[in-house]
Design a protein around this ligand. Structure first.
Ligand code: PEP
Ligand code: MN
Length: 262
C-alpha cells in the first residue's frame, strides 16, 4: 500500500470523526447499555472528557448463556438518540448476520467482536453495508488471520475497516488477555488500515488500562476504545475493567500529551 487509510465515522446528525492519520481517536462508553439513564450519564461524561465516538453493547457475547445478554434494539435506539443529542457517532457490536439489516439504519460503526472475527458470513454481511467496521482481533488469531478477515469485509466493497488489538490468549494469567504490542507495528507494515487498541478487554483490570492505552499509542496505534462506568460494582458486564470517570479524565490528559484527540 502507498498510503494509510483514514476511515470516517458518523455524519447525519453527528460530526464525522476520522480514525487514522496522526491524531488519536477515542471511542468510550459502557461495555453494555443497561438502561437509558446510565447510558446518558456515562455518555455525557466521556463526551465532556474528550471522547468523540460513543460505544455501548446491546447484544453481548457472554461466556455463560445465563449472564446478561444485552437489551437489543431498544438499547440501540437509546444509543442513537444519545449519540445524536451529544454529537457523537456510535459504535455497536453486531453478533449475527440476522441483526445486520435491523441495526444498519441506527449505527455509525459496526463492531465485530473478537469471538466473531472468523464468522465469515457476518464479515461478508457487514461488508455489503455502507457503515464502517471495527474489527477486533480474535482471541487466538495471528495478525495474518486478522488481516484476511478484514479482506472479507473489504472484498464486498466496504472500505471502512478499522483494526482493533484487544489482547490474545497466552499462558500469562496475571491479566485477562495479553495485549500484543507488536501486532500494531506489524499490522501497520502489512496493511493500510487504521488500527486502535482496546486496553480494557486486554487488561481486564481498570488499574492496568491506562498503561496499556499509552503503550498502544506509543507503538503506533491510531486511537483507543475504552470502557467506562460510574458504578462498576453494579455493572452487568465487565465491571472490573471499567474506568471510573475520573480515571478516564486522567487518561485523556495523558493521551493529549501524545497526540491531538479528535
Ligand atoms: C466488548 O467490546 O464489549 C467485547 C465483548 O469485546 P471483545 O469482542 O474484544 O471481547
Ligand atoms: Mn466489554
Amino acid at each position: 500500500h502507498e498510503e494509510d487509510s483514514v476511515v470516517m465515522v458518523g455524519g447525519g446528525k453527528t460530526p464525522q470523526v476520522p480514525i487514522g492519520g496522526s491524531h488519536a481517536a477515542c471511542i468510550a462508553g459502557p461495555c453494555a447499555v443497561e438502561n437509558e439513564q446510565m447510558l446518558r450519564r456515562i455518555a455525557g461524561h466521556v463526551r465532556d472528557g474528550g471522547a468523540t465516538i460513543l460505544r455501548g453493547g446491546v447484544y453481548k457475547p457472554r461466556t455463560s448463556p445465563y449472564s446478561f445478554q444485552g437489551l437489543g434494539l431498544q438499547a440501540l435506539k437509546w444509543m442513537r438518540e444519545t449519540g445524536d443529542d451529544l454529537g457523537m457517532p456510535i459504535c455497536v457490536e453486531v453478533m449475527d448476520t440476522r441483526q445486520v439489516a435491523d441495526m444498519e439504519p441506527f449505527v455509525d460503526m459496526f463492531q465485530i467482536g473478537a469471538r466473531n472475527m472468523q464468522n465469515f458470513d457476518l464479515l461478508r454481511e457487514v461488508g455489503k453495508t455502507t457503515k464502517p467496521v471495527l474489527l477486533k482481533r480474535g482471541l487466538a488469531a495471528t495478525v495474518k488471520d486478522w488481516l484476511l478477515s478484514a479482506e472479507y469485509v473489504l472484498s464486498q466493497g466496504n472500505k471502512g475497516v478499522v483494526l482493533c488489538e484487544r489482547g490474545i490468549k497466552t499462558f500469562e494469567d496475571s491479566i485477562r488477555y495479553t495485549m500484543d504490542i507488536s501486532s500494531i507495528p506489524v499490522a501497520r507494515q502489512w496493511s493500510h488500515l487504521p488500527i486502535i487498541v482496546d486496553p480494557s478487554h486486554a487488561a481486564g483490570k481498570r488499574d492496568l488500562v491506562g498503561s496499556l492505552a499509552l503503550a498502544g499509542m506509543a507503538a503506533g496505534a491510531h486511537g483507543i476504545i475504552v470502557e467506562v462506568h460510574y458504578n462498576p460494582a453494579e455493572a452487568q458486564c465487565d465491571g472490573p475493567q471499567a474506568l471510573l470517570p475520573e480515571m478516564f479524565n486522567e487518561l485523556m490528559g495523558q493521551l493529549r500529551q501524545i497526540a491531538a484527540v479528535t
